[in-house]
Design a protein around this ligand. Sequence first.
Ligand code: ADP
Length: 790
Amino acid sequence: MSEAEQLPDVVPLLASNELVTFPSMLLPLAVGKEAWVRAIDSVAPTHKTFAVFYQPETVDPPTVESLAKIGCAGRIVRMLRLPDGSIQLLFQALTRVRVVEITQTDPFPVARLETVPETGERTMETKGLSENLRAQFQKLVREAPNMPEEMGVVITNLDEPGRIADFVAANSDLSLSDKQRLLEELDVNERLRQATVLVTHELEVVAIGSRIQSQIREQMDKGQREYYLRAQLKAIQEELGETDQNEAATADLRERIEKAGMPEEARKEAEHELERLNQMNPMAPEVGYIRTYLEWMASMPWSTSTQDSLDLIEAQRVLDEDHYDLEKVKDRIIDYLAVRKLKADMRGPILCFVGPPGVGKTSLGQSIARALGRKFVRMSLGGVRDEAEIRGFRRTYVGAMPGRILQGIRRAETNNPVFMLDEVDKLGADFRGDPSAALLEVLDPEQNHSFVDHFLDVSFDLSKVMFIATANQLDTMPPALLDRMEIIELAGYSEEQKLEIARRYLMPKQVKEHGISPEAFDLPEETLRTIIERYTREAGVRNLEREIATICRHAARRIAEGKTQIAFTPQDLDDLLGAPRFHYDTAEAKDEVGVATGMAWTPVGGDILFVEARAVPGHGGLILTGHLGEVMRESAQAGLTYLRSRAEALGLPENFHEKFDIHVHVPAGAIPKDGPSAGVTIASAMISALTRRPILHNVAMTGEITLRGRVLPVGGIPDKILAAHRAGLNTIVLPRENERDLNEIPEPIRRDLTFILVEHMDELLRAVLQPEVVTEEPNLEPVGAGLRPA
Ligand code: ADP
């Protein structure tokens, strides 16, 4: 209501507990009450003005006290009379007013009013407050979900600070009493401030609301999305007839899992994965992995085991039936089984057979399994460098599989097989982890009852498994593993033993395998011996068995061609097996000066070697030929130094070394020539050459020599002795400390041989040097007479 316009003297008064309005607001009103309809009718044709007051508690007719202190006077701007007699109108509030007196109550209340001016100075603060309020309100319009955008436009167009506050108050979500409070606040700055507080509060409420809203939406979205996708997938699967297929395809797995007798942990995991599989699209890439996993889980022998029949007499019988000789080895196996019988929990060391290939390590393991009534599996550890090969690859890798241990167990189909771990000495270790650590865990009875393979990822009980290890040599065995092993060494067989093994075991076995009747075919002893000597060079009998198999194939063919009786002679072997492959050195035919026979050890068994020495005119030099290794060269030097220190006792002139060079040569191409064990042989050859006394040709020797002539023990004695025996030597000179090794020599061979045990080179020389001085080379006089044999 502008300054010019005055309020009419008295105007009708609308009291309501439902609305508070502010100057400048347009208020739509539906008026049905008869008294009010009449009031409006009374002003409509003239000044169209009335007043609206908030009345918290209804009092009819209204009294001044019942009304709020301040209300709004305004004018009707549009009006619509409805058929039912009620009126729809648009009321434009114009100014704050106060009731001076109520002049009439019947038929409707009428009051005399006075306008109430705003107070407060318009300062910079007013401007700041109103700008801020406008901005806040616009923000509210943007963020509150239910406020029309136009409000933001309207407030932009308001200049009057009082109107800004009023507009905000009218359009915020405030309680009526809060609104009334703002209506009654006449100080514009204060009203702006209060409105700002209200809007800020409102904004916070909206922010919290929208945060909650978005959280809810997120959850809803996710849930709905999943629900929606699953529903879709299901529909598609049904359309394709796959749900049934899924269930059908896993039904078999489910049954096997149920029957597998898994422990709780494994069963839970399997069922969980099975559930996942059922829910999956059959095309999903994981389906393959999960299937493989479940196949493995279902086929592990969780609770399948064989019943042990631990009868020691039966065990002995089985071992004897399968193996020739090896008495000591069998004894130790029986001892081991006896302890097992008394102590059922399988704790204690792991048996480990050590020896060259083909000596029967595997077949002993098989016999143990047979004797116990257990399944037998073997796995080679040769070249295993990756821990994962023992412990498996994690399921997340493409093509992942359990490690070799569990693979073996699955193959055994029982959880208590005899499990042979071959070539433990060839286990590697590098950046991919230390497989021997994993293996230790497998073998450790404290830990192996809950062995966790990375692939299965649940523990499997290995404690009932009987592990047996095999190795070719002990040197390269990881020490931690060695600690856990009970070592049983198998040295290799002599020719005689091989002959027996071939006759009694290999031949019958191969003849049977080739479907030949034993009466129709035999190999005479002489032929077998030739095969052993000329076609194989090995400590064991593996190649021998192979050659016999080849011959059996030929025999089978001839029988198929109609022959009834076959016996191959040594002369036939060229045709059957080709030209002989090996030639062994045999003992020298007669005693010679400067030639000593040594014994060497190689991985395929022992061999003999000849050391030749010659003294030639010179200046004390030592010439070494024959591709000698470093250690062997040093033993030659040591031998020479010893020789010089003993010149007098040996009958050599004091300055002999100034007139001679000594040339030592070791022929025999195939043998690796390193190691200290030829020390005594080299020294003997040199002394023989210098003293011109021949060395007995039937004597083989081995031993390390010190500068003072002491003879120290060396390794590989059994193999060396077998080789010497094979070569036809009948006297063996050994370091005394090697005496204990003689127990390992098979009795028939030991009987053929004479052993001389020595501690000092002097003893050795006395035994092997012939007394006569030979001077067949006229220009080389002997340099001394040397020690006489005792
Ligand atoms: P390793 O495991 O030591 O390499 P194997 O156990 O495979 O050797 O033996 C090779 C073959 O020789 C097998 O057929 C085995 O039965 C046979 N064999 C080895 N030693 C004997 C023995 N003492 N008596 C009978 N057969 C033997």
